[in-house]
Design a protein around this ligand. Structure first.
Ligand SMILES: Nc1ncnc2c1ncn2[C@@H]1O[C@H](COP(=O)(O)OP(=O)(O)OP(=O)(O)O)[C@@H](O)[C@H]1O
Length: 365
């Protein structure tokens, strides 16, 4: 099974700004790599370059032992020779072929014996819940059904390398959940290498073995889902992951909340002037009664509860801390009421400090 190496990839479509900026990324054998980021950050461009549907402007792409694209060496291996399973947002099903023939297409190309092919088509169409439609044409199917045909067609040939660009975007939430589980199972069973594009952080967190977060064509961080969630390398990653998003206290403004954050930083030997912001996730905050004897190593934000909102299974507490709204998530509402004076408290390990360039600063507990 192949490892994919992207080495110094630049992609320019002709404008002033590169769509992908000097991207170094290794996708290991057996990885389920999610490319995650906001719209326009270069995710689709990246998988299209791996597939060979887009040339790179500079750098090189290696799949297994083969350099498949390297403009400086005048090397380019066309998509059909890269042995990749593809499912993109636009399904590209053959309109003149039935569902069964679409799923059979790749098997036929591989010259698999007819009886074996029929068996495989039946297996895949059942697995993906499209068996009732095998005799229909793509135009007679809903978007979600077409997406499942595209997945069945790809999975039928057991590809060792799969590139998926938002392949579940047209499915309703229940089917999406089922298909996620199915993809994860297929990945585990076949030990395939998967590159999966999504802008949905929940999808990335639940599916990926590793996540690559991109912004404006620049790779921000690569790591396991929990790694990037727990130790975001910069403020962009910290802010992009998490619902409700991380709270940030700005250190460049003279506010009461800055004083609370500065107290925390000083307890850990970090000069407040070196920090750009202090972040804390809503679920890391405990809503507590004011307690002057609290250990000084914690991040303590005194505030007043503004509202307590049910979010189904948990509560989001909105508090005024100095001049800022801070959000905390709690499983128990208890006796919390708007107007209560409280302290929002997080242990040092759950506070995130960023410097004035928004890069992470490690704080020793
Ligand atoms: N064929 C093209 N010609 C010119 N510019 C393009 C082309 N395709 C993409 N771009 C530009 O390249 C940048 C990256 O686009 P890309 O589609 O890779 O982003 P994305 O992260 O996949 O976004 P989305 O989630 O919206 O699909 C964007 O600024 C986009 O406008």
């Amino acid at each position: 099974m192949p490892t994919i190496t992207l080495d110094g990839i630049v992609k320019n479509y002709g404008g002033d700004q590169n769509a992908v900026e000097h991207l170094d990324l290794t996708i290991d054998d057996g990885d389920f790599m999610c490319l995650l980021g906001p719209s326009g950050c270069g995710k689709t461009t990246t998988v299209r370059m791996i597939a060979g549907l887009e040339n790179i402007t500079d750098g090189s792409i290696t799949i297994g032992d083969t350099v498949v694209d390297e403009p400086r060496a005048n090397r380019f291996v066309p998509p059909e020779k890269r042995d990749i399973g593809l499912v993109f947002q636009s399904y590209a099903l053959w309109p003149h072929l039935t569902v069964a023939d679409n799923v059979d297409y790749g098997l036929k190309l591989r010259k698999m014996p007819k009886a074996e092919r029929a068996e495989r088509v039946s297996q895949m169409t059942q697995k993906l819940g499209i068996a009732p439609y095998v005799d229909r044409y793509p135009a007679q199917l809903s978007g979600g059904q077409q997406q499942r045909v595209a997945l069945a067609r790809m999975l039928a040939v057991n590809p060792k390398l799969m590139l998926l660009d938002e392949p579940l975007s047209n499915l309703d939430s229940r089917l999406r959940l089922e298909m996620r589980a199915e993809l994860k199972r297929i990945h585990d069973e076949f030990k395939a290498t998967v590159v999966f594009v999504t802008h949905d952080q929940w999808e990335a967190m639940t599916l990926a073995t590793r996540v690559a977060v991109m912004n404006q064509g620049v790779l921000q961080q690569v790591g396991s889902p929990m790694d990037i969630y727990d130790r975001p390398r910069n403020r962009f990653v910290a802010n992009f992951l998490g619902v409700p998003p991380m709270n940030f206290i700005e250190m460049g403004e003279e506010t009461p909340q800055r004083v609370y954050a500065a107290r925390f930083l000083e307890a850990h030997g970090v000069p407040a002037s070196a920090a750009g912001s202090v972040g804390v996730r809503p679920e890391a905050l405990t809503v507590a009664q004011p307690d002057p004897s609290r250990p000084s190593g914690d991040l303590v934000l005194p505030g007043r509860i503004e509202s307590v909102m049910p979010t189904g299974g948990s509560w989001t507490v909105e508090a005024a801390v100095g001049g800022q709204r801070v959000y905390a998530t709690t499983l128990q509402r208890g006796s919390l009421q708007p107007g209560d004076e409280v302290e929002l408290v997080a242990p040092a390990a759950q506070a995130h400090v960023f410097d004035t360039d928004d890069e992470r600063v490690e704080v020793t507990a």
